[in-house]
Design a protein around this ligand. Structure first.
Ligand SMILES: CC(C)(COP(=O)(O)OP(=O)(O)OC[C@H]1O[C@@H](n2cnc3c(N)ncnc32)[C@H](O)[C@@H]1OP(=O)(O)O)[C@@H](O)C(=O)NCCC(=O)NCCS
Length: 213
């Protein structure tokens, strides 16, 4: 979208591409949301989360509304970039990066999901590596955080493997029930130990200019 640079950002790796979540791409990705391919056991998402909605039409509507609300909020206190994960030209998941008081703190948090039939072959780790490259190299972040319920072995393994350090724990609810979250922190220095030279950022200058960094 030529008039809105935050939707024009792309991050490419040898196996996947993160593309700014335009409505056209979200419309394609919605087929996976409608089909329930965001699901995982044990439940990985903290409340409130549209993916727990059982009615497929309402699930898609709630998911889109949450994305649009966040898209419309670009302020020093809070912003989020939302990406559709593309493999071989097809949408397979979603990846976000968010800043809260970023210009003061320099910290970001990330969130992602991958279609159930695409898991277990390294794409989750690759998506996280891509978004960290955008955060540290593209946006100049000082630190990235991630949370995952203690029984979310995939997400916790990715954080551990990419050099995050444990940063305590916290309680949250999932589908109304309390559960413990692991908190993880990746400093710029630790990211530098794992940084990749095969990840490319596209249209990043216009994005930097449009964000309150
Ligand atoms: C979390 C998620 C993105 C991981 O994606 P993935 O492509 O399956 O993960 P990868 O194949 O890159 O695996 C990364 C690591 O996690 C481990 N892993 C993945 N799934 C696992 C599982 N179910 N149990 C144990 N380990 C697992 C892999 O062995 C690998 O470990 P290693 O780096 O030590 O070899 C995916 O499972 C998902 O979408 N889950 C539902 C949503 C979610 O949990 N989002 C994040 C938190 S809210």
């Amino acid at each position: 979208m030529k008039n809105y640079p935050l939707l024009g950002v792309r991050v490419s790796t040898p196996t996947l591409e993160l593309r700014g979540a335009t409505d056209e791409l979200l419309d394609q990705l919605a087929d996976l949301v409608r089909a329930g391919k965001t699901h995982a056991e044990p439940a990985p998402y903290d409340d409130p989360m549209s993916f727990y909605e059982t009615d497929p039409d309402l699930r898609v509507a709630k998911w889109l509304r949450a994305i649009w609300r966040r898209r419309g909020t670009v302020e020093p206190g809070a912003w989020r970039l939302n990406f559709v994960v593309m493999v071989d030209g097809l949408p397979v998941g979603e990846q976000t990066v968010s800043g809260a008081d970023f210009s003061t703190l320099g910290t970001v948090t990330t969130f992602s999901w991958l279609s159930v039939d695409q898991r277990g072959r390294g794409l989750g780790r690759e998506m996280r590596s891509a978004i960290l490259h955008l955060a540290f190299e593209g946006l100049g972040a000082k630190e990235a955080g991630s949370d995952a319920f203690v029984d979310n072995h995939g997400s916790n393994a990715i954080s551990r493997g990419l050099g995050y350090q444990p940063n305590g724990s916290d309680w949250a609810t999932r589908q109304g029930e309390p559960a413990l979250l692991n908190r993880w922190r990746l400093t710029r220095q630790d990211w530098e130990q794992h940084r990749r030279d095969d990840i490319q950022l596209h249209n990043i200058e216009a994005c930097r200019a449009a964000l309150p960094l």
